[in-house]
Design a protein around this ligand. Sequence first.
Ligand SMILES: *Cc1c(COP(=O)(O)O)cnc(C)c1O
Length: 428
Amino acid sequence: MECNVENIYKELGISDEVYQFSKEILKELAPRFKEIDETAEYNQLKVLKAMQDNKVSEACLLGTTGYGYNDIGRDTLEAVYASVFHTEDALVRPQITCGTHALALALMSNLRPGDELLSPVGKPYDTLEEVIGIRPSKGSLREYGVSYQQVDLLPDGSFDYENIKKAINEKTKLVTIQRSKGYQTRPTLSVARIGELISFIKNIKSDVICMVDNCYGEFVERMEPSDVGADMIVGSLIKNPGGGLAPIGGYIAGTKACVENAAFRLTSPGLGKEVGASLGILKDFYQGLFLSPTVTAGALKGAIFAANVYEKLGYRVVPNSTESRHDIIQAVEFGTPEGVIAFCKGVQAAAPVDSFVTPEPWDMPGYDAQVIMAAGAFVSGSSIELSADGPIKPPYAVYFQGGLTFEHASFGIMKTLQEVVNAGLVTL
Ligand SMILES: *Cc1c(COP(=O)(O)O)cnc(C)c1O
């Protein structure tokens, strides 16, 4: 038996032409991958130092039940997150069910009736539309008398400073800044650009709370938005910071006041952070955070590989093949539903779990168009694992992310290319 790599790709359904095409592209990417490895090295040490500084002990890996009073593992983990992100405090809980919940919690706990929320970076992530009340929904901020203003990015992707200034008024209490592009094809914001925007806003109104939706951005750069003035950063543990191991959860890291408000809303006024049993989940939270910098690096390399493959084939890709990266998401605009579906089939066929099923578009709660999702993940819905999704609406873009290892992410891309070729959409 010959254990050569070409044979095993063949056994997994990758044709010679797809393999050779991919190999050529990968060769060129070595210098960029080296830079990513250096960022991972920095962030790995940052996380390690935070764990050592906070004296993570074996006892921290155990959990509590019931009320969860004096849960040393939970409290230490929150101190570790605060150290990693250089914030005063953090709330990191399995009781935060997902990213949308974490964001809703941060918003609803820090806004009061009569306050106004401002998004200076255009429309927020789809599921937040119902949280804010852009699309009417029960229990939205709007229902509670919190108004909303939005200033779109300019056509070239830059901030519309003039209109942002006009939008800020005496009611403006909180500004929400989404780092990642989400289901849009605008550029993702770098931490440096987020810093510039926050300075601009704080110069106009110093006491406004600046919150960053940090989903998919953690550990992509050496700095986080909390290093450039954000009062709160918010994210999901089944994305980057869970490292693929966290089976649930979300975090809010920020000022003491913001985190306290969030804790009082999550549990109850008066109880705050003091309750919330961690059950048996803490080891995975710690270990996932520990692995996150290298897992994120693998996912990032996969995204760059995908951009280079599909750009070479003539599709518009966001970010493009050469630009710098600020999150792990790669968008490919196919222009047709068939392209989106073929791509997702390839991702599904590359999965370690459920590789034999075929993804179909469906009416997913919280979204206004049908969405197709491909994932065969160890943690259901985890998008730090190899996954792809796309709303079935123009411009028919698919959003690809994840891969717990680069080897898996790159195989997944080859598999998507194979499906696109098999569907007759391109010839190599
Ligand atoms: C994923 C994501 C969310 C929502 O997270 P869920 O865990 O899917 O609820 C919010 N904002 C952005 C930018 C995201 O990528």
